[in-house]
Design a binder for this molecule. Structure first.
Ligand SMILES: [Zn+2]
Length: 191
């Protein structure tokens, strides 16, 4: 139990470190700093050590064995970087994930893929995982399209071209806010 507690604790720290590095590159270091702090709450921490796995999320293991995960319900309701936080079945159009949380979401998913896959990690894995599971969430379609676009570009253009403020701002504006290239050109012509 104690060994699992330490292993889980250091896994969370490793994850937080990777998310922080990604977030800092994208210009949102504060989001990186406060990322996933609720994992240290009793509800999340104790379930995670009980179902500790190392290569998979303990919450997924718990869900399989118990049929549900209290830690996940606790986590998704408090962490705005999760698409599930923004699910509201009673809205005609689910709320759009705001810029900083959409970027934090990308940083989180990428860090999780890197840490769980270890040295086998390839950028295609983040996209594949998102297409298989992530985009099944009943959230705003533009938010889903944003993440898919970022992970697609990550495969094609590489990490340096994608993990930066300029790319994120431009892509969020284009995909989520509907800013078009023409409008950008107009602005440039005026400015
Ligand atoms: Zn999280």
């Amino acid at each position: 139990m104690i060994r699992k507690a330490f292993k889980h604790f250091f896994l969370v720290l490793r994850h937080k470190r990777a998310v922080f590095i990604h977030c800092a590159k994208c210009g949102i270091p504060f989001r990186g700093l406060v990322h996933d702090l609720s994992k240290f709450s009793p509800t999340e921490f104790f379930e995670s050590i009980k179902y500790y796995h190392g290569a998979r999320s303990p919450l997924a293991v718990c869900r399989e064995q118990k049929g549900m995960s209290m830690a996940w319900l606790h986590h998704k309701g408090r962490n705005r970087h999760h698409l599930e936080y923004w699910v509201d079945e009673d809205c005609k159009i689910p709320p759009l994930v705001p810029y900083k949380f959409a970027v934090e979401c990308v940083c989180d998913k990428l860090a999780a893929t890197k840490i769980y896959r270890g040295k086998d990690y390839k950028p295609e894995m983040a996209l594949a995982h998102f297409l298989r599971y992530g985009n099944k969430v009943h959230t705003n379609e533009r938010s889903l399209a944003f993440i898919e676009r970022v992970f697609t570009d990550l495969c094609e253009l590489g990490e340096d071209a994608v993990l930066n403020k300029k790319y994120m701002k431009k892509t969020y504006a284009a995909v989520c806010l509907g800013a078009t290239e023409e409008r950008k050109d107009e602005n440039e012509a005026v400015g």
